[in-house]
Design a protein around this ligand. Sequence first.
Ligand SMILES: Cc1cc2nc3c(=O)[nH]c(=O)nc-3n(C[C@H](O)[C@H](O)[C@H](O)COP(=O)(O)OP(=O)(O)OC[C@H]3O[C@@H](n4cnc5c(N)ncnc54)[C@H](O)[C@@H]3O)c2cc1C
Length: 459
Amino acid sequence: MVLEQTTRDASGVWRGFRGRVIAPDADDYHRARRVHNAAVDRHPALIVRPTDADDVSLAVAHAQERGLPLVVRAGGHSMAGHGTGDGALLLDLSAMRDVEIDAVGRTAWADAGILAGEYTAATHALGLITPFGDTARVGVAGITLGGGVGWLVRKHGMTIDSLLAVEIVTADGRRRLASAVEEPDLFWAVRGAGANFGVVTRLQFRLHPLGDVLAGDILLPATRDVLRSLVPVLLAAPDELTAMPLMMTAPPDPEVPEEYHGRLVVKLSVAWSGAPDAGERALAPLRALGAPINDTVAWQPYPALFTPVDRDAEPKWGVSSRSLFLDDLDDATIEVIERRLTEADAPDAIVQLRVLGGAMARVSGDATAFGWRDRPALLWLITPYEDVGQAATNESWTAAFHAELAAEGAATYLNFMGAEDADAVHGAYPAPTYARLRELKRRYDPANVFRFNHNIRPA
Ligand SMILES: Cc1cc2nc3c(=O)[nH]c(=O)nc-3n(C[C@H](O)[C@H](O)[C@H](O)COP(=O)(O)OP(=O)(O)OC[C@H]3O[C@@H](n4cnc5c(N)ncnc54)[C@H](O)[C@@H]3O)c2cc1C
């Protein structure tokens, strides 16, 4: 449904623009151009902070009139650094952060610049939540448009499974509403490939009741038996239990016994969101996987799972990232992980496993643009580094690690993709989904105005 088309008068595109324009000579330009991935060092021609969808529409038109590349940013947490760009008009949505909650109807409309932690704090105050990921600072828009896999993925599905509608400004400057009944093709496409189809300005979500969760970390030695059991044991757990095992060499922290420092361990981060009296029972098979070295699991309010948001924090860490979907953690995969993480010159990399199934897998693979619903597990390789001068070395080490695990064209998760070559995006979609996305891209963005993302080229 086309909501409105902003008309421009002869005096120029900026007439009526109510947001802020940050030029390269502004005091805060250098902070404003940076994103979470500190290794990404780009200089936009202009940074604009719209206040509403009309401002967004004006900025989209201005970029096209001036022939400026158009870069869109919500939370700035793209692993590939897609939230900033050289010589671009950077549309930074961070000033648009209201949330309108209908507690009775259990829905909420969120502005596209709000962060997951800010949204969750507002809704949880009313005992309601929408599932996002494991990090508060990630933008609600960015995580949703790529899918959204988090602490409640087995109970409530992905973030896109709670998405009811979006308001979006498309390349032609039109404001549209997309939902199951209005422009359903566009609504299908934004649920997994959203950055390609326009600037989403507001998102409407379903809310779910949730109070406290039983959550924390169970630290286990990374024996072969433990590693082999992770996927089957976690898949067999009730849907209310989601776990994110992290494989890493143990840091020299006081809470980790000295004998484990530098050795491979599994930090089994868990969240139980079911009935209070069933939580300990559900966790028992996880604790029985091996002799726990440490266990911090305790009841806590759901928002306590997230570190509080500090919008002013300076980006400090560069990061390289790759992912792949797995059926199982088999011996060949385990061997590569053990060898890579413990080799003499390995960077401080971690390997996170998300065991899926549950509500996420009960949605049909062609219901949304995210299509890998039948995959039991997702592996995420993350290499953080403080010395951004080491970006190239860490990038090629992470790419080589990934290449050892993933066959060419292996299925990958869009939100965890790093700075990969343009063809890698094929792996984010089953082939029929990708073909349909290319057709829709031709319909909604034939000139590929929205291309500073994991890009789908118009058919
Ligand atoms: C520390 C960390 C933890 C994470 N944990 C999880 C997790 O648990 N689960 C998970 O699923 N993902 C996770 N992610 C990945 C994250 O969801 C993606 O990187 C996501 O794209 C970030 O969104 P953003 O808005 O912060 O980023 P941005 O860099 O602002 O945007 C990401 C992409 O979306 C586009 N975009 C942003 N807003 C809009 C909009 N309104 N309209 C159109 N396009 C837009 C941008 O152009 C860019 O291509 C994590 C990332 C980090 C860095």
